[in-house]
Design a protein around this ligand. Structure first.
Ligand SMILES: CC(C)(COP(=O)(O)OP(=O)(O)OC[C@H]1O[C@@H](n2cnc3c(N)ncnc32)[C@H](O)[C@@H]1OP(=O)(O)O)[C@@H](O)C(=O)NCCC(=O)NCCS
Length: 168
């Protein structure tokens, strides 16, 4: 059974182990496993800060008790930018293609609609991450632009795709 809920203090240890693994499972996150150096205290603070902000959320998904996905929306506290959310997501590789990413993003979109604050949801994806970009398009995200040489992976510079969704 899959359980999707907001991250809290009790997820901090699992989140560190998880992040070190998923960082090395693809070239599509902004960090590799050995670069992930957050401490338990860092994670607890991040989860707490997201939980208290009305325009931020940090989700975890557990499948049969195992942490298999994390996703978050981060936003500004400033009035001029507080309506814009930026999301990030990962699913552990052994669980790709099962619909977990889709459910996590749908949950975040519902959160945005119910927040009453977020009016725009943005994301940035490595241009070679075609399965993720296809997923985002199918969920209603629109291509808004390209950031040239935004990633450096395996000796190669890669562009990023900016996508966004208006929240009504
Ligand atoms: C991108 C990512 C979050 C998608 O999560 P997911 O749980 O695999 O996504 P879903 O299963 O909901 O949907 C993936 C889509 O690709 C298709 N797909 C088919 N085979 C697949 C495979 N081997 N792996 C991934 N997706 C596959 C699925 O059918 C689905 O399309 P559909 O909804 O039209 O059926 C996940 O692949 C991931 O964590 N990748 C590494 C990190 C990353 O890229 N993060 C995003 C950075 S922008």
């Amino acid at each position: 059974m899959i359980i999707i809920r907001e991250a809290s203090e009790k997820d901090a240890h699992n989140a560190i182990i998880y992040s070190k693994i998923v960082g090395d499972e693809s070239d599509n996150l902004s960090f590799s496993g050995d670069e992930f150096n957050k401490t338990i205290e860092d994670e607890i603070k991040i989860f707490h800060d997201h939980a208290v902000a009305k325009n931020e959320i940090f989700l975890v998904a557990y499948l049969d008790g195992k942490l298999v996905s994390m996703a978050d929306i981060s936003s500004s506290r400033k009035k001029r930018r507080q309506h814009v959310g930026e999301f990030g997501i990962s699913v552990m590789k052994a669980y790709w293609g099962l619909g977990i990413g889709r459910i996590m993003i749908e949950t975040m979109i519902t959160f945005c609609r119910e927040s009453g604050i977020i009016k725009k949801l943005n994301l940035v994806a490595n241009a070679k991450n075609t399965s993720a970009i296809r997923l985002y398009k199918s969920l209603g995200f629109k291509h808004e632009g390209t950031l040239i040489k935004d990633f450096y992976v395996n000796g190669e510079f890669l562009d990023s795709v900016c996508m966004g969704m208006i929240i009504d």
